[in-house]
Ligand binder design. Structure first.
Ligand SMILES: [Zn+2]
Ligand SMILES: [Zn+2]
Length: 143
C-alpha cells in the first residue's frame, strides 16, 4: 500500500507525463484519460487539483482558449503560439512569431508580452469534405 505522499508523487508524475507525451496542449479530461492508466483510481477532481498545483509551481502552463477549458502544456518552452481547430477542437503549437507588435500599441504604451491564437481547421480536418465547403480554397499553406 503506497503512502499518501508516494501516491501524490505518482499522480503528479503521471499527469506531467501525460502532458509531455501528448506533444500538444490538452484539456483536463484528456489528461485524466491518459494518466489514469498509470494511477489506479485517479479521479478527475484530483487531476484538476494537481494541475493547479503544477501550474502554481511553474511546471506546466495553461493555454486559454475562448469558450474552452484551459489546455495545459509543459512550462519553459521557447516562445511559440497556438492554433485552435474549430472542427476537432485540438490545440496545436505554432512555431515562430511574426513579432513587431510594438507598432500596434498606442503611443506611449509599453508591451510586456503577447499571445497569438490562430483558429480554423487543422490539416486533418481541412481534408475532410464537410458541410458542403470547398476545401480547395484554404489549404494549409501558411500566409
Ligand atoms: Zn482538426
Ligand atoms: Zn510571439
Amino acid at each position: 500500500m503506497p503512502s499518501p505522499t508516494e501516491r501524490n508523487t505518482r499522480q503528479r508524475l503521471a499527469i506531467r507525463e501525460a502532458i509531455a507525451a501528448s506533444g500538444m496542449p490538452i484539456p483536463p479530461r484528456e489528461i485524466h484519460r491518459q494518466a489514469r492508466s498509470n494511477v489506479e483510481g485517479l479521479g478527475l477532481a484530483t487531476v484538476y487539483r494537481t494541475l493547479k498545483l503544477l501550474a502554481d509551481a511553474g511546471v506546466i502552463t495553461a493555454v486559454e482558449i475562448p469558450g474552452q477549458p484551459p489546455h495545459y502544456e509543459l512550462a519553459g518552452k521557447h516562445h511559440h503560439h497556438h492554433f485552435h481547430c474549430r472542427a476537432c477542437g485540438r490545440v496545436f503549437e505554432v512555431e515562430g512569431c511574426c513579432g513587431h507588435f510594438e507598432e500596434h500599441a498606442p503611443r506611449g504604451f509599453q508591451i510586456d508580452g503577447h499571445e497569438v491564437l490562430l483558429f480554423g481547421r487543422c490539416a486533418d480536418c481541412a481534408k475532410l469534405p464537410e458541410r458542403g465547403r470547398t476545401t480547395a480554397a484554404k489549404r494549409t499553406t501558411r500566409p
